[in-house]
Ligand binder design. Structure first.
Ligand code: THU
Length: 137
């Protein structure tokens, strides 16, 4: 799975976004460490706070299919341009992210830009235990 293929899947996933309120359609394609890809889109709700971002849709789909380690995510919006994950999604992804987890975005010129999650969210919250935040209570 190349970065470009993953991005194309994210762009395709935008088509299913349910965003009648913001009109901002987002798609994500999440690559799990075992090579599977899970796509997601944002799903809004008339009770606005109940909506969910594309990245977390993809992540919950993955975890519910027993994919609990992620290596990369591509994120796109239907209008094009960089779509950085929101703070909640950065935290949510960090729970399952491998070291070096990559966030793949496409800029206005059509080129891919790659960031690490660590770069986007340094000093993220971890309960305690391993560097991946596995819960050891
Ligand atoms: N959204 C995402 O899906 N991912 C993000 O990282 C940022 C925002 C969605 C939430 C909402 O449905 C719409 O974009 C506008 O905020």
């Amino acid at each position: 799975m190349t970065d470009n293929e993953l991005m194309k899947m994210a762009e395709k996933a935008c088509e299913n976004a349910y965003a009648p309120y913001s009109k901002f359609k987002v798609g994500a394609a999440l690559l799990s460490s075992d090579g599977r890809v899970f796509t997601g889109c944002n799903v809004e709700n008339s009770s606005y706070g109940a909506g969910i971002c594309a990245e977390r849709t993809a992540a919950v789909k993955a975890v519910s299919e027993d994919a609990v380690r992620f290596s990369a995510i591509a994120i796109a919006n239907a209008g094009g341009g960089l779509t950085f994950p929101c703070g909640i999604c950065r935290q949510f992804l960090s729970e399952f992210a491998e070291e070096g987890f990559r966030v793949i975005l496409r800029n206005d010129n059509g080129s891919l830009e790659i960031f690490t999650l660590e770069e986007l969210m340094p000093h993220g919250f971890k309960l305690r235990g391993s560097p991946r935040g596995e819960v050891e209570l």
